[in-house]
Design a protein around this ligand. Structure first.
Ligand code: C2E
Ligand code: MG
Length: 733
């Protein structure tokens, strides 16, 4: 490292190391220093302070490793090449001053490796003095702190950003919101806060796993960020809640197209790990009126408006209005009162019996939770259960339900009334808990109840796209001997493949499907599909929300096994249950008996809104021995079709509510084997030809009709039916 030569700078005088008698010793020492420099982990660079432009005279192997340059490439150069094209003038000045003042310098520089990759150089520069006190060299110690720097940056980024999506987090958002409010006030601009919450995200997250849910959140964040302008902020508040801040609006109307665009973009299908999913969002919007004292208030208002948007059916947006404040206080109240009610056990279980379709006997009952509020009266479960699920209060609540149902069934058993089964509703929150199976086992043991007497109703969506864990939980429940019913069946995406993997006993058809089953061809098809699918898998089927005789008849014809609904019995308090079983009540179901005994006698259904036409037709056709059913409204006709075996239908064309061709085309889907005839007073050729072409109509007749011709047509019609049965219909002439 010894060096002689002229220093061409103007501030340091030149001197060299003189050879002395101790040269030998000195050489040994030098060797030692060199070795230690070579072994150093930090890069070391030594420059000649006595030559022009401070050329490098030595670099150690660590320097080569850190910078990617070989010694041979850098000797003779000034170190500044490491800085690439960007220089930080402040740092350059700091180094220059240090060198001039002959003191140590410590700086952190952005440097570039030979391959162009940036590294952070934590650099110490020290002058080396000769014995005469002259600076002969500078030694630089280079420490690559890129990793540390990255980590620090990450840390500071994470303080203000959401780790998953990279969006600003709540803290940064509040900062920008305060700034935005000030600017809006100063420049008379409008500022909007949009609170965005995904619809139905929780079940996806719970059933598909959190990492799957995370992928959706990242994609949602990306789609939202794509929609905003520079200066707007998209932030994540946590979970599936986001906020968009629009700080510079000329007028509030500008928010509308933006909100619509956001909804449209979020609701485009998602494809994650080969699974197609639909996610929508609800948006609440609040606007600054120029003198908001507390900017965070805008977030609360937007949150309230979002809640309202959810209530109004999701996938849309809602503005904040003052009366929403009221709503929130109600929500908070409900939560508090629910807590009080749980502590006071202010609940009651009602039971709704379930009937076997063939025997009419009670096969079980469903336990339904009732809350009688001291002031507000009856609060329906659909109002408080979602709140309880949100707050976690559902756990103690459902444990109480389970405990009470088991205790009461046991109690009945001790009095000689054996309840075949009691069904208890399970919330997805409860189902996901790790000790769920143990809690059931404990309750069964506590009441010494036969496990076969307990059924758990689990909604299909809880298991949807099932994680293997759900199946495992079901298997453990099943191993206890407890039966499992999948409810809301048909509301999700029931796939046969999926269903056959589930260790379940029964499926429950949702009352939303049962409601229009006799007249809506889709609901009818779904119902029949579910029943045949379930039966193939040896599962029983129960229909819920059955309210009319015709629904029962239709479901019976479709081979549904059991029924629950107002038509048979409403949910009742425990005190009435015993009575019900005590009488060993058999349901006398006229429709069932009728359909069983009525055989397959040739039956014609007449539909016409004019009663005199019905009477006239009846007179003509009765003579031929047909059984005649008559209706003046399409809905009544559907009910009759549900209850009876009808082979031929004659319908008027022009009726209020539904045309004859429309009615018959629905009938075609519901009862494809029927023969359908239009008897019309006028001719709307288009609709009639359409209906004929679709195969909905067998014949088109005009009023007034010819009795003889009509009778002949009917004879032919019955002959044309299923040949196996045609002799049964051998009426007419
Ligand atoms: P769900 O399990 O589908 O229960 C059937 C609901 O339909 C009950 O309403 C019942 O009263 C009603 N219902 C029965 N027959 C008919 C009918 O013929 N027509 C009509 N329109 N409705 C009928 P409820 O008791 O108000 O319960 C509503 C929902 O609240 C239940 O739907 C269930 O999801 C939930 N729920 C009730 N009790 C509990 C409980 O103990 N735990 C949990 N997690 N959820 C419960
Ligand atoms: Mg239920």
């Amino acid at each position: 490292m010894e060096r002689t030569g002229a220093w061409e700078g103007d501030h340091v005088r030149v001197l060299s190391l003189r050879e002395t008698g101790e040269r030998k010793e000195s050489e040994t020492q030098l060797h030692l220093f060199k070795r230690s420099l070579e072994a150093s982990y930090n890069g070391v660079v030594i420059v000649d302070a006595l030559s022009h432009d401070l050329p490098i005279i030595y670099v150690n192997p660590a320097f080569e490793r850190i910078t990617g340059y070989f010694q041979s490439e850098v000797i003779g150069k000034n170190c500044r090449f490491l800085q690439g094209n960007e220089r930080d003038p402040m740092l350059v000045e700091e180094i220059r001053c240090g060198l001039v003042q002959a003191r140590d310098v410590h700086v952190v520089l952005r440097n570039y490796r030979k391959d162009g990759v940036l590294f952070w150089n934590d650099l110490y520069i020290s002058p080396i003095f000769s014995e005469q006190g002259v600076i002969t060299n500078f030694v630089g110690v280079i420490n690559d702190i890129t990793e540390k720097k990255r980590y620090e940056n990450e840390l500071s980024f994470n303080v203000s950003h959401d780790v998953l999506t990279g969006l600003p987090n709540r803290a940064l958002l509040e900062d920008r919101l305060r700034q935005g409010c000030k600017i809006a006030q100063r420049y008379q601009r409008r500022l909007a806060v949009m609170f965005i919450d995904l619809d139905g995200f929780k079940p996806i997250n719970d059933s598909m796993g959190h990492d799957f849910g995370d992928l959706i959140l990242v994609e949602v964040a990306r789609r939202m960020s794509d929609q905003v302008r520079p200066g707007d902020t998209v932030a994540r508040m946590g979970g599936d809640e986001f906020i968009v801040l629009l700080p510079d609006l000329a007028c509030e109307d500008d928010v509308l197209p933006f909100a619509e665009r956001l909804l449209r973009n979020i609701s485009r299908p998602y494809r994650v790990r080969g699974v197609d999913l639909h996610v929508t969002a609800s948006i609440g919007i609040s606007l600054s009126d120029g003198n908001i004292k507390e900017p965070e208030q805008l977030i609360r208002q937007a949150d309230l408006a979002m809640y309202k948007a959810k209530q109004e059916g999701r996938n849309h947006f809602q503005w904040y209005t003052r009366d929403l404040n009221l709503l929130v206080s109600e929500r908070v109240n409900l939560r508090n009162e629910l807590q009080r009610a749980i502590e006071a056990e202010d609940f009651e279980l009602y039971y709704q019996p379930q009937f076997d379709g063939r025997t009419g006997r009670i096969v079980g009952m469903e336990a339904l939770l009732r809350w009688h509020h001291p002031q507000r009266g009856f609060i329906p479960p659909e109002e408080f259960i979602p709140v309880a699920e949100n707050t976690g209060q559902i756990i103690p609540l459902n444990l109480w339900v389970l405990d009470t149902a088991c205790r009461q069934v046991k109690q009945l058993g001790e009095r000689g009334v054996v309840v075949p089964s009691v069904a208890v509703n399970v919330s997805f929150v409860q189902f996901q808990r790790s000790n769920f199976v143990e809690s059931i086992q404990a309750v069964l043991q506590k009441h010494d109840l036969n496990a076969e007497q307990l059924e758990l109703e689990i909604t299909e969506t809880v298991l949807l796209n099932n994680a293997d864990r759900s199946i495992e939980t079901l298997q453990r429940i099943k191993a206890l001997g407890v039966r499992i019913v999948i409810e809301d069946f048909g509301a999700g995406f029931s796939s046969l493949n999926y269903l056959k993997r589930l260790p379940i006993d029964k499926v429950k058809i949702d009352h939303a499907i049962v409601k229009d089953v006799i007249s809506d061809r889709h609901d009818a098809a779904i119902t029949q599909g579910i029943i045949s699918m379930a039966h193939h898998l040896q599962l029983a089927v129960i229909a819920e929300g059955v309210e009319t005789e015709s629904q029962v008849a239709f479901l019976m014809k479709s081979h549904c096994d059991a029924f629950q609904g107002y038509y048979f019995a409403k949910p009742m308090p425990f005190s009435e249950v015993e009575n019900l079983f005590g009488k060993r009540m058999l349901v006398h179901e006229p429709a069932l008996e009728q359909s069983a005994t009525e055989g397959r006698g040739p039956t014609i259904l007449l539909l016409d809104d004019e009663e005199n036409i019905l009477r006239a037709l009846n007179r003509v056709l009765r003579r031929d021995g047909y059984r005649i059913l008559m209706a003046t409204r399409a809905q009544d006709a559907f009910e009759l079709l549900a209850k009876h075996h009808v082979q031929v239908i004659i319908s008027d064309q022009r009726m209020p509510g539904m045309s004859g061709t429309e009615f018959l085309s629905r009938v075609k889907d519901l009862y494809p084997e029927t023969i359908r005839i239009v008897l019309s007073g006028y001719t709307d050729l288009k609709s009639v030809t359409d209906a004929i072409n679709q195969g909905a109509i067998y014949k088109f007749l005009t009023k007034p009709w010819d009795d003889e011709q009509l009778r002949q047509i009917l004879t032919q019609a019955f002959r044309g039916l299923d040949p196996e049965h045609s002799h049964d219909y051998g009426m007419g002439r």
